[in-house]
Design a protein around this ligand. Sequence first.
Ligand code: 6GU
Length: 244
Amino acid sequence: MRIDVLTLFPEMFDGVFSSSILGKARDKGIVSLNTVNFREYSNNKHNTVDDYPYGGGGGMVLKPEPIFAAVEALPKHQEAEEVPTQPRVILMCPQGKPFSQKIAEELSSEEHLVFICGHYEGYDERIRQYLVTDELSIGDYVLTGGELPAMVVIDSVVRLLPGVLGNEMSAVTDSFSTGLLEYPHYTRPAKFREWEVPEMLLSGHHENVKRWRRKESILRTLERRPDLLEGRELTKEEKVWIME
Ligand code: 6GU
């Protein structure tokens, strides 16, 4: 997968793109992560990328030319023996569609993603209309720019790519990929201070352990995120756990 990020602050991505899991995914050649400072595509001598809004009012608006030029200058991504694919062009903004694990899974099957990150200001509407394919928000709160949200989306997408997570860290049982919150985890010692690990987990009875974990997942979800259970078919046994 190839990922390009258009930003006025490329240095914000340095640590995140080279550390830990993302750094390893990059070293293994699973993903290519690139930043582009779209100020380099400004079409005027002062290198400005924003301007006053038509119609007046406060704030500045990102001009269309540098953003279109930067996207159009990106190398086409091409997998071996395949025709180049059109990238998804994703605008990070508070008005975007709320990001979710489902969207992360969908994006993880793309070959080329382009993220556009604005700072402080709005975007000229023609960027949305004629360049962008998706608009994403990471939640109902306001940040100063799209950089942190883009990093959030990129992290959650890249960790889903085959070969990125070792099997010691499976994406299959993650909270949200199962639609439920995760069950409680324990490791040694079996007794820490006066607190003991639940008996069931020490039993070595695989089927009972599985059922205990499923019950804990359901109860934790009911308590913390009942919205996740809405519209979900429950088994007879799950209904009993919830009634208890
Ligand atoms: Cl994508 N951008 C900004 N500026 N604020 C946000 C956001 C995005 N998502 C949540 N808050």
